[in-house]
Design a binder for this molecule. Structure first.
Ligand code: OAD
Length: 260
C-alpha cells in the first residue's frame, strides 16, 4: 500500500469510527501478538509447534488429558506476565467513546487471553471461552481459577471427574448466547471492525460475512459515508478484498490512529 493511499484509508476509517452510533468488533490472535502472545497460524504460530488435533480437540483430551492440561496450563501461566498493548487500549477507548455518545458497542473476540478485559473493555463476548476458566466434564461445576497453579490432573471438587479448560476446541459448538449476541451486533452495527484475525476459522470468521451481507456492508450501504466495514491485519486475508477499508500493518500502530 502506498503511503498516501494508506493515510487516506486511515482517515476514512477514523471518520467512520468517529461518528458511528453502533460499532461491532471482531478480534483474533493478531491483536495480542504485540503483547507477546503467539498467534496460531504462520511461522512461529502455536500450530507450527504443536499438533492442534492433540491439544485443542475433544478427541485429543480423551486420548491424553495430561498433555492437553500441560499445554493449557503453560499458556495460562504465561498470561500472568503479559499486559494489554496499544491496540487493546484503543478498543477500550473506542467503547467508552461510543457508549458515551449513547451508542451501542460490541466486542467479540476469538482470544482466550483476557487482555481486552485487562485493557478496560466491558461486556466482551468471548467466543472461544477463557483460558483462566475451568469446567467439569461430569457436572455443572465452573470456576475462574486465574493464574493459580492447577497440577497435572485437575479434578472437580464436587464430583471428582476431570476438569477441563473452559475454552472452545475444534469441533465444539460456541456458547449459544455469546454467539447470538455477536451475530446480532454484526447485523445491526453501523461500522464493523475486524482486527488481527486470519478470518479462516468458522463460525467466528462468519461474523465478517454477516456484516458484509446483512450488516453495514450490505447493498449500497457502503456508498454512505457513515456505514462501513474495516479490517486491520498484518497481512491480507480472505476478507481484505471485500471490506470497505483494509488496513495492513500492526494493530498496535494502526488502531490508535483510527481511534482518534
Ligand atoms: P491466526 O493465528 O489464524 O491469525 C492471526 C492473524 O493476525 C494473522 O492473519 C496475522 O497476519 C495477524 N497478525 C499478526 N500479528 C499482528 C499484529 N501485530 N497486528 C495485526 N495483525 C497481526 O489467529 P485467529 O484468526 O485468531 O481457535 O485464529 C482463529 C482461531 O483459530 C483461534 O481462536 C483458535 C485458532 O485455532 C481455537 O483454538 C478454537
Amino acid at each position: 500500500m502506498a503511503e498516501a493511499d494508506s493515510s487516506d484509508r486511515i482517515a476514512r476509517a477514523r471518520r467512520l469510527l468517529a461518528h458511528a452510533d453502533s460499532v461491532a468488533v471482531l478480534t483474533g490472535a493478531g491483536i495480542s501478538a504485540e503483547s507477546g502472545v503467539p498467534t496460531f497460524r504462520g511461522s512461529g504460530g502455536l500450530w507450527s509447534r504443536q499438533r492442534m488435533e492433540d491439544v485443542a480437540t475433544p478427541a485429543g483430551f480423551a486420548r491424553d488429558p495430561v498433555k492437553v492440561w500441560r499445554f493449557h496450563n503453560e499458556l495460562r501461566i504465561e498470561l500472568e506476565r503479559i499486559a494489554p498493548n496499544a491496540a487493546h487500549l484503543a478498543l477500550a477507548r473506542l467503547e467508552r467513546a461510543v457508549l458515551g455518545r449513547g451508542g451501542r458497542f460490541a466486542l467479540a473476540t476469538q482470544n482466550i487471553d483476557g487482555l481486552h478485559q485487562a485493557a478496560g473493555s466491558r461486556g466482551v463476548l468471548e467466543l472461544h471461552g477463557s483460558l483462566t476458566a475451568v469446567r467439569c466434564t461430569g457436572c455443572d461445576y465452573r470456576e475462574d481459577v486465574g493464574f493459580r497453579p492447577l497440577g497435572p490432573r485437575p479434578t472437580c471438587p464436587d464430583c471428582g471427574k476431570w476438569l477441563r479448560p473452559d475454552v472452545v476446541w475444534f469441533g465444539e459448538t460456541l456458547g449459544p448466547d455469546v454467539w447470538a449476541a455477536a451475530v446480532r451486533a454484526a447485523r445491526s452495527c453501523q461500522v464493523f471492525l475486524s482486527v488481527g484475525t486470519s478470518a479462516l476459522v468458522y463460525p467466528a470468521a462468519g461474523l465478517i460475512e454477516i456484516a458484509l451481507s446483512e450488516g453495514p456492508g450490505r447493498g449500497r450501504r457502503h456508498l454512505e459515508t457513515s456505514a462501513g466495514t474495516i479490517e486491520v491485519n498484518l497481512e491480507p486475508t480472505p476478507a481484505s478484498g471485500k471490506v470497505d477499508v483494509a488496513l495492513h500493518g500492526r494493530a498496535g500502530h494502526i488502531l490508535p490512529q483510527i481511534v482518534a
